[in-house]
Design a protein around this ligand. Structure first.
Ligand code: LLP
Length: 425
């Protein structure tokens, strides 16, 4: 796992041991590797740009800390946002709002006004009603809005049912018949210019065939579009290794996606989130208690579903291993190590009062004891960004490691932060 490895019985993030970082910042904590972020961004950019000029819009929702956005902006990244709040983050990071695409099914008037004011690159629109509303608001402001149509190509990308987006049962996008009608009515919308088409099939999508089929269908549709069309935006959703799964490489995705789009003469936009941020971060919790009840062994951490909701929400698998251990992890995340051993089946849980606050069930792990630090891997994406104060736990500290240095990029919340917006008479 680039950015993280085990040496001398200790987990390292770049040149620092996780143990020494945690001694200073305590738990729960998210730790990110700057080198992992930047190398992932560079490799995805390189893989696609070798085939055709590609605009990489990092998907802010996956890991939205402004320090991360700043590092990516310095590398030339553009951004995919899904709310006014995410656009605000991009601007706060000092990035150029003109390099932003704004996706999402429910943009409010205020968000549209805000984005028009900053002259963003594209509004990815999901219905005729939305195009009509953007047209009206742009007209009132004396502007012309650059829009793209998110087509729902009705392709099942076979991702988790809660994260698939490209079939006709989903709320996302416009079907082909309605998109054709909208094209014929575009002359009524004088304050928008159709600049692009857009698809997003789900997240993560490990099937190259799904991309191939969806792109073919949408390219056929572009024949009906006016010649103002410039962009083909293929939303993210590229796979990530969480443990043992086979995931296409960036070059595999690029081959399937960039080749037909290059032929079409359109400019490619991609919106990777998880494939850049996922393996660049880990979540550390400390074992508070261990116990045996009935037939099970439990280890309770101070990190819970409030810090990482993915296992509870999607039954998601995350590789878990102690931070300090003589046992070598056996996971594709650490191909250079590949240990093996016989361990004790354990349920690792959080402190939240919900039965679903469980990170793994009956997982074979080295024995854990009170005070041990435990790493939950591949939590750079949709960890902190989906975290909450549920059960009134302060949100965790976030740390960015750069070689031998680390800095806190989000302070741990306090109890005062938790009640700060509540009105006390
Ligand atoms: N573009 C659009 C339009 C999206 O809706 C998404 C993710 C992305 C890009 C980035 O997808 P990525 O490359 O990160 O897979 N919370 C879920 C994932 C929800 C993804 C929503 N949209 C999870 O933890 O698995």
């Amino acid at each position: 796992m680039f950015g993280f490895t085990y040496r001398e019985n200790e987990l390292f993030c770049e040149s620092l041991t996780v143990k020494e970082i945690i001694q200073k910042v305590k738990t729960p904590a998210y730790i990110y590797s700057k080198a992992a972020f930047t190398s992932k961004y560079k490799s995805i950019h390189r893989a696609f740009s070798e085939i055709t000029d590609t605009i990489v819009c990092y998907s802010v929702k996956s890991c939205s800390n402004i320090n991360i956005l700043k590092e990516l902006a310095n590398l030339g990244s553009s951004f995919d946002v899904v709310s006014g709040g995410e656009l605000y983050r991009v601007i706060a990071a000092g990035a150029d709002p003109k390099k932003v695409v704004f996706a999402g099914v429910g943009k409010t008037d205020n968000e549209i006004i805000y984005a028009l004011g900053h002259e963003i690159m594209l509004f990815n629109c999901e219905s005729e009603a939305e195009v009509a509303n953007i047209n009206k608001i742009a007209g009132e402001l004396g502007k012309t809005a650059p829009v793209s149509l998110r087509i729902n190509p009705d392709v099942d990308a076979k991702s988790h049912t809660k994260t698939t987006t490209g079939t006709k049962e989903n709320k996302f996008g416009i079907d082909f018949a309605r998109a054709m009608q909208l094209i014929s009515r575009l002359p009524n919308f004088k304050n928008v210019t159709l600049k692009g088409v857009d698809i997003h099939l789900g997240s993560p999508v490990n099937s190259l065939d799904a991309y191939k089929e969806a792109i073919k269908r949408v390219l056929d549709f572009t024949i009906a579009c006016p010649d103002t069309l410039e962009y083909f935006d293929v939303g993210g959703g590229f796979g990530l290794i969480y443990d043992e799964e086979d995931v296409p490489t960036f070059n595999d995705y690029a081959e399937i996606i960039a080749t037909p789009i290059k032929k079409s003469g359109l400019k490619l936009i991609i919106e990777p989130g998880r494939s850049i941020s996922g393996n660049a971060g880990i979540l550390i919790g400390e074992v508070q208690y261990t116990k045996r009840t009935g037939i099970k062994n439990f280890a309770m951490l101070d990190a819970g579903m409030n810090n990482l909701i993915r296992p509870a929400m999607y039954d998601a698998y995350h590789f878990i291993w102690p931070v300090s251990t003589e046992e070598i992890p056996d996971s594709k995340l650490f191909p250079e190590l590949m240990g093996e051993g016989i361990y004790t089946p354990q349920d690792i849980t959080g402190p939240i009062c919900e039965s679903s606050d469980i990170f793994c069930k009956e997982r074979e792990l080295p024995e854990l004891n009170r005070g041990d630090l435990v790493a939950i891997f591949s939590t750079g994406a949709y960890g902190s960004s989906m975290s909450s104060n549920y059960n009134s736990h302060p949100r965790a500290v976030e740390v960015l490691v750069d070689g031998k240095e680390f800095k806190i990029i989000r302070k741990r919340e306090t109890y005062d932060d938790i009640i700060a917006k509540e009105v006390i008479d």
